[in-house]
Design a protein around this ligand. Structure first.
Ligand SMILES: Nc1nc2[nH]cnc2c(=O)[nH]1
Ligand SMILES: [Zn+2]
Length: 475
């Protein structure tokens, strides 16, 4: 049990794609279980003790933020591959299918060695936490035991995560493939039971670390394996599903060849009961309008991975169009298709991708219904996609992604102060000096953190109220 903590200072809170709040003098109480107890948005310093007394917290210890510090919800990375981090920054000369065979599968195969997995995964999870990722949808490898190691490490470090053992019994090299659908399913059951025993759920909140079904992509799974996974998903509606969809034109063409009975790529997953409200679909670059409509109908979510889509020359996902359709969208780093573990990098590339879409759409007549399509994503949308949007994609928006009473306190304490070593992100403006920061200034801090910040600016990382990482964390 933690002790209750009360924070006083600047708080940024995403509300929707078009709106967030920025309060410079917010009082936020976290209870002993790590849930947010109450928030008072604007408390003048002279009224502090009165408000605390009214809330029954006379003489409570208050963690007062300094000038240039603020709290915001932690980042939610809806798609990354933990065993690919050692490859990060290489392989960008390839497109998807060649990249998988030449770069990715050889590295993932090394995770049959548990000592290697231990070492690599410890450094991966520490790195992700310190870059501000409080919730992560992880792919492991096809190996049962080493993916358990990944889940153990995530659990020990206190990050919130969905961890998946890859299912892949087809079209993979002989040194890195599961021998049969049965063995893949048996290992998946074993993995689910193992992860569920790690962290108990409480009556209020879902467990910190959860298993997620991970058919790698349609190409790497036979019909029989997909059908068994679909049956498993329908027998257990709390089980999330993650996979890739329509990332690269050659992948799309090959998928259509392998599944001639399906109307399209999304139809393959749908045919096997794998397209649901808790399915996370990574990429979605080349969807047809029928697929977009089906994804909306099933209420599945899309993980937008712009860095990877640029790096592997996959294309640009029309995220504005998906948002206009009301499809759930979050951001993913997709390491090592993407070359950074940082969600800040995903935010920056999501912004650039939306601007490239906007150039291309410049000459076409905008639809009167379009709010986001062919327009640059604004700060409110970028913040939303990295937090609350990701929470919705994980089917966990009741619990994480923003601050409100009853939700988990998963948060970043961001600092733009000189001692971070990255206060130069303020450019020519003065660093913060006054205690009463106007909220306009706070909005500027957010924008520049999103575009110029890095892990030096992430002073503390909290998950479920527990201080688990950041620049000032010492394990
Ligand atoms: N980006 C990416 N796409 C995939 N499709 C199937 N596997 C992968 C992978 O590891 N990364
Ligand atoms: Zn991926």
């Amino acid at each position: 049990m933690l002790t209750a903590t009360i924070f006083y200072g600047a708080v940024i809170n995403p509300l929707s794609l078009t709106c967030y709040s920025a309060f410079p003098r917010c009082l936020l109480a976290v209870d002993g279980t790590g849930n947010i107890e109450w928030i008072v948005n604007d408390v003048e310093p002279h009224a502090l003790q009165d408000v605390l007394a009214a809330k029954g917290h006379v003489d409570a210890e208050v963690l007062a933020l300094k000038d240039g510090e603020y709290i915001m919800p932690g980042f939610i990375d809806t798609h990354t591959h933990a065993p690919q981090v050692p490859n990060m920054g290489t392989g960008g000369q390839y497109q998807l299918l060649d990249w998988l065979h030449n770069i990715t599968f050889p590295m993932e195969a090394k995770f049959s060695d548990l000592d290697f997995a231990q070492k690599a995964y410890k450094s991966v999870v520490r790195r992700l936490i310190n870059t501000g990722t409080t919730t992560c949808c992880y792919y492991g490898t096809l190996h049962l035991e080493s993916t358990k190691v990944l889940a153990d490490i995530v659990h020990a470090f206190g990050q919130r995560a969905f961890v998946g053992k890859c299912n892949m019994n087809r079209d993979s090299p002989p040194y890195y493939i599961e021998p049969s659908p049965e063995s893949s399913i048996t290992a998946t059951h074993d993995f689910i039971n193992y992860v569920r025993a790690l962290s108990p759920s409480t009556s209020k909140q879902e467990p910190l670390v959860q298993p997620i079904l991970t058919p790698r992509f349609a190409i790497s799974c036979t019909d029989e394996l997909l059908a068994s996974l679909g049956a498993l998903a329908s027998s257990d509606p709390t089980l999330r599903i993650q996979t890739h969809i329509s990332e690269n034109p050659s992948e799309v063409a090959y998928t259509r060849e392998l599944f001639p009975a399906a109307p399209h790529y999304a139809g393959v997953y749908d045919m096997f009961g794998l397209l649901k409200q808790n399915t996370v679909l990574a990429h979605a670059v080349h969807l047809t309008e029928d697929e977009v409509n089906l994804i909306k109908e099933r209420n599945a979510g899309i993980s937008h991975c712009p860095t990877s889509n640029f790096n592997l020359s996959s294309g640009i996902a029309p995220i504005g169009h998906y948002l206009d359709k009301g499809i759930k969208v979050g951001l993913g780093t997709d390491v090592s298709g993407g070359f950074s573990t940082s969600m800040l990098n995903a935010v920056q590339n999501a912004s650039v991708a939306s601007k490239v879409c906007a150039f291309h759409g410049r000459d076409s007549e905008p639809s009167s219904k379009s709010v986001f399509a062919s327009k640059p994503l604004q700060i409110s949308a970028l913040l939303y996609l990295a937090t609350l949007g990701g929470a919705a994609v994980c089917d966990l928006e009741r619990q994480i992604g923003s601050f409100s009473p009853g939700k988990s306190f998963d948060a970043l304490l961001v600092s733009v102060r000189e001692e971070t070593g990255n206060s130069g992100i303020w450019g020519l403006t003065e660093p913060p000096t006054t205690t009463l920061t106007p909220d306009k200034e706070l909005e500027g801090w957010l924008e520049r953190f999103l575009f110029c910040g890095d892990d030096r600016n992430i002073e503390r990382v909290y998950v479920q109220g527990r201080f688990i990482g950041g620049r000032t964390f010492h394990s």
